[in-house]
Design a protein around this ligand. Structure first.
Ligand code: 5GP
Length: 186
């Protein structure tokens, strides 16, 4: 992880407060990487993330892992609005055959859980040897479906978060920390 001067962002971005500072994220991501390395020693797991939000977490997490592993990506779009049926459109699918593989689904944030539930079921159909979810941020209070999260970085409040890969209208992803914004003022 590249450490940056937090004050340098204040002028250009409108966030209300920093929730998770770089050092805290870095410490936790290192712990998670070490735990995954222990769990999958000798197994060459496949880490999958959903673009775009998960790319920074994945980049740090994979470098915190000390065992050989592969990476793959999916691009999905969640249908929003009128009916929250949890229908997810897969815009770009995996390039890897996951049958018989140990799969770690790396998620930036789990909110209602609808996206994750869909993707989890979708991946399970392809018969991986094991499937676990490793998410950085868990917005527990907002959960609408009970989807298992095997590894969680931080449990957070139900507010709109940006930074460390998370966007607001495609911006803010590059903040090296996680901050809350007021969407009316951002
Ligand atoms: P869910 O299906 O769990 O409701 O939504 C998951 C997706 O919604 C996340 O992968 C993320 O893209 C988006 N999301 C949920 N909460 C937030 C948030 O606080 N900030 C941002 N930037 N995206 C969020």
């Amino acid at each position: 992880m590249i450490m940056a001067d937090e004050t340098a962002y204040q002028e250009q971005f409108r966030y209300t407060r920093i929730l998770l500072r770089q050092e805290r994220i870095q410490t936790r991501v290192r712990e998670m990487g070490a735990e995954l390395s222990r769990r999958f020693r000798g197994e060459k797991p496949l880490l999958i993330t959903l673009l775009k939000g998960g790319f920074i977490f994945l980049a740090d997490l994979c470098r915190a892992m000390t065992i050989p592993h592969e990476l793959d990506f999916m691009l999905v779009r969640s249908y929003e609005g009128t009916t929250t049926t949890g229908t997810v459109q897969i815009i770009m699918d995996l390039k890897t055959n996951i049958e018989g593989r140990h799969v770690v689904l790396v998620e930036d944030i789990v909110d209602t859980g609808l996206t994750l539930e869909y993707i989890r079921d979708h991946l399970a159909l392809r018969k991986p040897a094991s499937l676990m979810v490793c998410c950085l941020l868990d917005k527990k209070e907002a959960r609408e479906v009970d989807v298992p999260l095997e590894m969680v970085g931080f449990t957070v409040e139900n507010e709109y978060l940006v930074g460390y890969g998370l966007d607001y209208n495609q911006l803010y992803r590059n903040l090296p920390f996680v901050a809350a914004i007021d969407p009316d003022q951002a």
